[in-house]
Design a protein around this ligand. Structure first.
Ligand code: CA
Length: 173
């Protein structure tokens, strides 16, 4: 499966180097070059993870992170910070970021942290809402809601595998 990553970074060289590397790792990568474009993409398209630079034109990564969380999105956010931005790291984590790497970093370190965050996704609060047509499944509340053309008959059910983070809807479960 190809997870979608949004990379919000204004340094073009770094943006393109990281994009190439992440695509090489099998991820689908979308990019944004400033805080406004980044927020817009983050809140209108589904992503599995967001890589967010702090120093961005128009809106800082901190503002973008805060607004993404206020918009109700729990997508994992990985900050890119500069070495002197210690305060920003702390603020970023308080605003809802999940992790950060300090520039300059090795691409391998970033990839490793991405893998960790993506593995955590199924058990993160806010990531457990799935929509199957008209049926909405909320794993946080262990709740399935929706309308069906025909009433769910006996033997129709759903199975939630918390280890794998999967949920199966079907007959005879
Ligand atoms: Ca920057």
């Amino acid at each position: 499966m190809n997870e979608n990553i949004l990379l919000i970074e204004d340094e073009q060289a770094l943006q393109s180097t990281l994009s190439v590397r992440l695509r090489g790792e099998g991820y689908v990568v979308e990019t944004a070059s400033d805080g406004v474009e980044g927020y817009e993409k983050a809140t209108t398209r589904p992503f599995d993870l967001i890589i967010l630079d702090i120093m961005l034109p128009y809106r800082s990564g901190l503002d973008v992170c805060r607004d993404i969380r206020q918009a109700g999105l729990a997508t994992p956010i990985l900050f890119l910070t500069a070495r002197h931005q210690t305060t920003d790291k702390v603020i970023g984590l308080k605003l809802g970021a999940d992790d950060y790497v300090t520039k300059p970093f090795k691409a391998a370190e970033l990839v490793a942290r991405i893998e960790v965050l993506l593995r955590r996704v199924p058990i993160r609060a806010g990531q457990g809402v799935h929509q199957f047509g008209s049926i909405r499944v909320d794993l946080r509340r262990v709740e399935v809601t929706g309308v069906s053309a025909s009433p769910l008959s006996h033997g129709t059910g759903w199975k939630h595998d918390s280890t794998r983070g999967t949920l199966t809807l079907g007959l005879g479960l």
